[in-house]
Design a protein around this ligand. Structure first.
Ligand SMILES: Cc1ncc(COP(=O)(O)O)c(C=O)c1O
Length: 366
């Protein structure tokens, strides 16, 4: 039996009858860049995220870049980031000329370890970017305490975590900004690229909207340097339709995760640890296994989709070689890169497919 890691064609069939007329309407109106469909989606998603403001942008990567530009992060500023994340988190920092300062993770949650942040703060530090990896929030209370104490901005990289919460507060509402991705593999995926910036601060919303559209506040009047970070009308229309399914889909992911947790309990692997005060949306179901490479080969041989997020830590990537990090600087990050493996968790997974994943994993350990 073939089990893909993700089957977006199946998801499309489920919503085709709603999504195609919505796309058709944008085509008829030819409101292609921002426009009414994006306005509508922004209102709906702000309400969903329980944030005052939501600004649709061109991608999750650009959401981070826009947030950094809105905060006027300058060359030489230092930004605290984890090294166990997708490259966009740190690439955005480098693109504004700032310096990513890497901090190790909590091995259990995969998220930045707040206890290791303060030792990295210098007079140049301007912001912290905690990443809510795989659908679970980073430990925000100590992070916000440190940020307040040192007068730092906080940009939450919530690209993988829309709808996730901690102590009942949805991600994006702890820091100055929440940055979300609508890349198709996310729990809420566009039909192409898309992203979102959320904030609860009216002046930051204003700045973000300016940055999104070349720094203009009125036609051909440019207040600051911005760019073209606009969300397409078609994506707004698609995302409005899909948003209605998001909780249902994320609940199904949680159900699949519970099933796996129980089925794998006696095996020599670690199932995902979700902190008690966290509500995860399981963008990934990521186990840890010392024999990861062999397990991955076994799953592939049996046509079970799986993926390694992420095989190489960012502080050791060639693009950051000038920062002079070496192996062992972030030992837990190095370690998990060798052990993580993500299994199929998507809501479209059938009961038979889920059983087959369990059976295939179990035969590896026999
Ligand atoms: C943690 C994280 N940050 C940022 C991004 C960038 O989002 P996008 O792919 O929409 O540019 C992603 C998406 O893959 C991500 O997983």
């Amino acid at each position: 039996m073939q089990v893909p890691l993700l089957d977006l064609k199946k998801q499309f069939e489920q919503i085709r009858d709603e999504v195609m007329p919505a796309i058709n309407k944008v085509c008829q109106d030819q409101a292609l860049c921002l426009g009414p469909a994006v306005d509508k989606f922004e209102k709906e998603v702000a309400s969903y995220c329980e944030s005052k403001y939501a600004i649709g942008v061109s991608s999750g990567t650009d959401a981070l870049l826009v947030a950094l530009m809105a905060l006027d992060i300058k060359p030489g500023d230092e930004i605290i980031v984890p090294a166990f994340t997708f490259v966009a988190t740190t690439g955005a920092v480098a693109r504004v000329g700032a310096v990513p300062v890497f901090v190790d993770i909590d091995e259990k949650t995969f998220n930045i370890d707040p206890a290791k942040i303060e030792e990295k703060i210098t007079a140049k530090t301007r912001a912290i970017i905690p990443v809510h990896l795989f659908g679970q929030l980073a430990d925000m209370k100590p992070i916000m305490d440190i940020a307040k104490k040192h007068n730092l901005s906080v940009i939450e990289d919530a690209a993988q975590s829309i709808g996730a919460s901690q102590d009942g507060i949805k991600c994006g509402n702890f820091g100055d900004f929440g940055c979300f991705s609508f890349y198709p593999t996310k729990n809420l995926g566009a039909f192409g690229d898309g992203g979102l910036v959320t904030t609860n601060d009216a002046s930051l919303e204003n700045l973000t909207k300016m940055v999104r559209n070349h720094g203009q506040n009125a036609t051909y009047e440019y207040q600051i340097i911005g760019g073209n970070f606009r969300l397409d009308g078609i994506q707004g229309a698609v995302l409005s339709v899909k948003l209605n399914y998001l909780d249902q889909w994320s609940n199904k992911r949680r159900e699949n995760a519970d099933f796996y947790n129980e089925a794998f309990a006696d095996l020599d692997l670690e199932t995902p640890y979700i902190a008690k005060n966290n509500h995860s949306i399981y963008n990934q179901y990521t186990i840890k296994c010392e024999k990861r490479d062999q397990l991955q080969a076994h799953l592939r041989k049996n046509e079970v989709g799986c993926g390694v997020y992420y095989p190489f830590p960012l502080h050791l990537q060639k693009c950051f070689a000038h920062l002079n990090y070496k192996e062992g600087d972030l030992p837990l990050t190095d370690k998990v890169c060798k052990e993580v493996l993500s299994l199929p968790i998507a809501p479209e997974l059938t009961v038979d497919q889920r059983d087959f994943v369990v059976e295939t994993v179990r035969t590896f350990f026999k």
